[in-house]
Design a protein around this ligand. Structure first.
Ligand SMILES: Cc1cc2nc3c(=O)[nH]c(=O)nc-3n(C[C@H](O)[C@H](O)[C@H](O)COP(=O)(O)OP(=O)(O)OC[C@H]3O[C@@H](n4cnc5c(N)ncnc54)[C@H](O)[C@@H]3O)c2cc1C
Length: 545
């Protein structure tokens, strides 16, 4: 006899755990099926060095920002160990000398820091911040909105479209224009409109290309910058970017503990191979070992290619939906490098390897937009970047749980290697790429190379093979304009439902993903629970009639 539950969640990444927690909280007997030996997916803390298990790294994702207070509070994550240290300033030391620091919440210090490079830019900075804040006020709440089915004439869909228009009735011509610019421009063109110094533009361009298969001169990168700059999704003010104590794995662990508290069963080492379908509805799943598990509600949180093409099967999908998923863009060219350090970097521009403010935020290697663009052009030409760019952090400047006293962990989010490096390990080339990355930091902090105790390199192949991130894309799919909002993951299916009845979809490839925000999992559970309520009340009405 197959085991039976009310709900099955495929994938124990943070979105799967959030979905399961909400389903169980509403009374559904829920099981999470996770293929790996641990939950968390791309939100994972691991000890990659068998000889030095005392060092733990936040192996893939590394900073929190967009998790809405609603989820944090509903799941009482703080009581399960969720604690975030707000990050310090943005810091870049320049190979030609000098440095810049940018502060999220200190206009005076920002002015002084930027004025070192350009007085004009220092004066423009408060207006830029205000402009961005105004746009974030519009875009933030959209992250909690279920995208309407634009183009559909069904009454329910028309109501959704009208509701969205009504909610945005306060927008004026100017704001709509600004949003249009943001959605269509490159981050380079946008920054050229505002600033003159290459140092400031390099600093502000980083967020436009994080995890993106596009250099700063590509249209659409202005939006990616905004996605990473939203501080409030409309249900309470979020903290700025921060380091979770215990690394990103601790966030997933807190969600898992909350889910288990609501009665969720989590099965590890349980890869799902198929979604079972009968009469056009999902009725359960088959595991890799052949076991079957049955449930009337199935929520998948896997990459869309895996979820739909491998596990549902094209034969069970409308042809245009299957085509959309086949054409889904899922490149990144990201390489994550995790380092254990014997001491903090001693920057020539800001000497000292005692903990200082410039170690506490992002410690960048993105000295100009041209530098970032060159790295992308290398990747696009089919070569690993000769001078990669990096968005790096040293979480242990706050979090003492990750390594022994006196040592540190540094997390380097680097780009780009060629888009097809998900197909082969490229081990030796990745080692050489990491050497070049480290050399760049050594140029501005000459103790850097010698301070490295251990290093761990995770490239696109490993991301795909070990973590299910197909194509090595960090968000289960690019945040390009044609894959956002009502198009994520496909037109007609952005409401966390799928072409298969009873099958819901809540991975980072849906609206508000990617990132460790939990919104896709939350929305998928809400869609499933709303449909259960409708079908239950329908059954009751039929029984009463
Ligand atoms: C290098 C890197 C850096 C990043 N940095 C940040 C950051 O700093 N901040 C941020 O907010 N976001 C960041 N992200 C993005 C973020 O981590 C992801 O968007 C998010 O974690 C994805 O969560 P998910 O639950 O949707 O999917 P996943 O985390 O991918 O979870 C899917 C789960 O399904 C499991 N699975 C796969 N196949 C099967 C199967 N057949 N059966 C059962 N289970 C299966 C996987 O093992 C995995 O646990 C980063 C990602 C990467 C890769």
């Amino acid at each position: 006899m197959a085991a039976t539950y009310d709900a099955i969640v495929i994938g124990g990444g943070h979105n799967g755990l959030v979905a399961a927690a909400y389903l169980a909280r509403a009374g559904a007997r829920t099981v999470v099926l996770e293929s790996r030996q641990k939950t968390g997916g791309a939100a994972t803390t691991e000890s990659p060095w068998p000889d030095a298990p005392e060092f733990k790294v936040t192996r893939l994702s590394y900073v929190m920002s967009l998790m809405p207070p609603t989820i944090i509070n509903d799941l009482k994550l703080a009581s399960h160990g969720y604690k975030v240290y707000p990050m310090g300033p943005y810091y870049q030391a320049f190979p030609e000398g000098g440095s810049i620091m940018l502060y999220a919440d200190d206009a005076k210090r920002n002015y002084d820091s930027v004025a070192k490079w350009s007085k004009k830019d220092a004066e423009a900075m408060p207006q830029w911040d205000a402009w961005l804040e105004g746009l974030a006020d519009v875009l933030g709440p959209m992250l909690l909105t279920v995208p309407p089915n634009i183009g559909s004439r069904k009454p329910r869909d028309l109501i959704g479209t009208l509701r969205l228009a009504w909610r945005n009735r306060g927008l004026n011509v100017r704001t709509v224009g600004d949003v249009t610019r943001l959605m269509t421009m490159s981050i380079a063109d946008l920054l050229d409109d505002w600033f003159e110094s290459s140092q400031v533009k390099g600093a502000l361009a980083v967020n436009g290309v994080i995890g993106t298969w596009a250099g700063p001169y590509e249209p659409g990168t202005a939006y990616v910058m905004a996605h990473h700059s939203i501080g409030d999704v409309g249900d309470g003010h979020l903290g700025s970017w921060g380091f979770p104590e215990g690394g990103m794995g601790a966030v997933a662990d807190a969600i898992a503990a909350a889910a288990k508290g609501f009665g969720v069963e989590v099965r590890l080492n349980s890869p799902v191979s198929k979604v079972l379908i009968a009469g056009g509805r999902a009725v359960g799943v088959a595991l890799g070992n052949g076991d079957e598990i049955r449930a009337g509600t199935v929520v998948s949180t896997l990459h869309p290619r895996t979820a739909f093409l491998d596990q549902v099967g094209e034969e069970n999908l409308p042809a245009d939906f299957a085509r959309d998923i086949k054409n889904w863009k899922t490149r990144s060219g990201v390489v994550k490098i995790n380092l254990a350090l014997s001491e903090l970097p001693n920057f020539t521009a800001d000497p000292g390897s005692d903990l200082a403010e410039h170690h506490t935020g992002s410690v960048e290697m993105a000295p100009s937009m041209e530098f970032i663009e060159r790295a992308f052009q290398d990747g696009r030409d089919g070569k690993p970047a000769s001078r990669p760019f990096s968005d790096s952090v040293i979480p242990t400047s706050f979090d003492k749980t990750l390594c022994p006293d006196g040592t540190h962990i540094m997390s380097l989010f680097t780009q780009w290697v060629p888009a097809d490096w998900n197909l082969d390990p490229h081990t030796a080339e990745l080692e050489a790429y990491a050497d070049r990355m480290i050399e760049l930091y050594d140029e501005v902090a000459p103790n850097f190379k010698a301070s490295i105790l251990h290093r761990d390199i995770v490239g696109p192949y490993q991301m795909e093979q070990d973590y299910g991130l197909i194509g090595g894309n960090i968000f289960h799919g690019e945040l390009s304009l044609e894959q956002l909002f009502h198009m994520r993951p496909a037109p007609g299916y952005a409401d966390y439902r799928t072409p298969v009845g009873g099958l819901y979809y809540g991975s980072s490839a849906t609206h508000a993903g990617g990132g460790v925000c939990g919104i896709p999992g939350w929305q998928a559970a809400r869609a499933a629970l709303a449909d259960r309520k409708v079908s239950k009340s329908g059954r009751q009405a039929r029984a009463a009639g």
